[in-house]
Design a protein around this ligand. Structure first.
Ligand code: BV8
Length: 247
């Protein structure tokens, strides 16, 4: 079979894929939004009103992610294996701001909600890698101004990144797999409906949800598999690589 016979795959991931690496999700019982309010830490208004409070929220998450005990799990590794062994195209679109997909070896990857280990200058637009704390007094490494650096993260009410590239891939794919997301946050939660409507390469793309439990959008999917990501994702990657996609 040549490359064209292998459907292009788009994989959407959310906080659930990183849960077994030790990172909290957002909407589970003990999740992040049970401890802080979105309006206080994850909107442009919150940052304008209380920049130090927002920096503190992201400083704690950045410190957690870089502490050394948070590593990719079998689900991240399975997706990197799929990319290495799949003869067709594959793109991972993650809502996550951690770097676990990269550290597992995924390369065709985009962070639609930004990256915790990057900062952006509100004045010169410079994007820089950043593993330490941020604060209002910290100077931009490029323009030298203080008080304009923010986490390179998409807050509520802000446009997610690379949306054109995402929709272009959704419209061409033959297989769409959603992993570890509750299907609450748009536009990501609308991707499965977009794939169904666009039809994909084969006129009808196959869609699968792999999650701990049914998401808000579960009924949109052709196929669902529930269980911890470190179990269901490697199993599903094995199924795809043995030619079982779409069944
Ligand atoms: C936009 C970055 C339009 C920050 C995040 C009013 C004004 C403006 C917009 C809106 C509005 N009302 C609604 C909206 C749209 C809004 C939205 O959808 N709100 C929701 C709450 C209703 N969306 C936006 O604002 C987006 N932008 O619409 O822009 C626009 C148009 C033109 C011009 C300008 C703008 C921006 C959304 C991005 C917000 N930023 N994060 C940060 O991380 O701190 S969202 C946040 O939620 C994370 O990115 C997270 O990834 C994302 C989705 O959550 P999930 O990943 O799904 O995590 P969750 O905890 O919910 O679920 C985890 C799942 O895993 C569960 O199902 C669980 O069962 C499962 N699980 C748990 N353990 C495991 C597991 N699965 C497998 N194995 C396990 N072990």
């Amino acid at each position: 079979m040549d490359k064209r016979d292998y459907p292009a795959i788009v994989i959407l991931t959310g906080a659930g894929i990183s849960r077994e690496s030790g990172l909290e999700t957002f909407r589970d019982a003990d999740g992040i939004w049970s401890k802080v309010r979105i309006e206080d830490v994850a909107t442009p208004k919150a940052f304008a009103r209380d920049p130090e409070g927002v920096h503190e929220f992201y400083n704690a998450r950045r410190a957690g992610l870089t502490a050394g005990n948070i590593v990719p799990n079998a689900a991240h590794v399975a997706l990197a294996r799929l990319e290495a062994e799949w003869p067709g195209e594959i793109l991972v679109v993650t809502q996550n701001i951690d770097d676990l997909h990269e550290r597992a070896g995924s390369r065709n990857l985009l962070h639609m909600h930004g990256e915790l280990l990057k900062v952006r200058c509100g004045l010169c637009g410079d994007l820089a890698d950043w593993t330490g704390d941020l604060g209002v007094g910290v100077r931009c490494p490029d323009c030298g101004e203080a008080g304009a650096l923010r986490p390179h993260v998409v807050w509520f009410g802000e446009m997610p990144l690379e949306m054109e590239r995402i929709y272009e891939n959704l419209e061409r794919c033959g297989l769409f797999v959603s992993i570890g997301t509750s299907g609450n946050v748009y536009p990501a939660a609308g991707f499965v409906a977009h794939v169904k409507q666009a039809g994909g390469q084969t006129g009808r793309a196959h869609t699968a949800e792999l999650n701990l439990e049914p998401s808000e959008g579960a009924s949109h999917f052709d196929e669902t598999r529930y269980g911890p990501a470190t179990k269901v994702v490697p199993e599903y990657v094995g199924k795809i690589l043995s030619g079982g996609w779409g069944t």
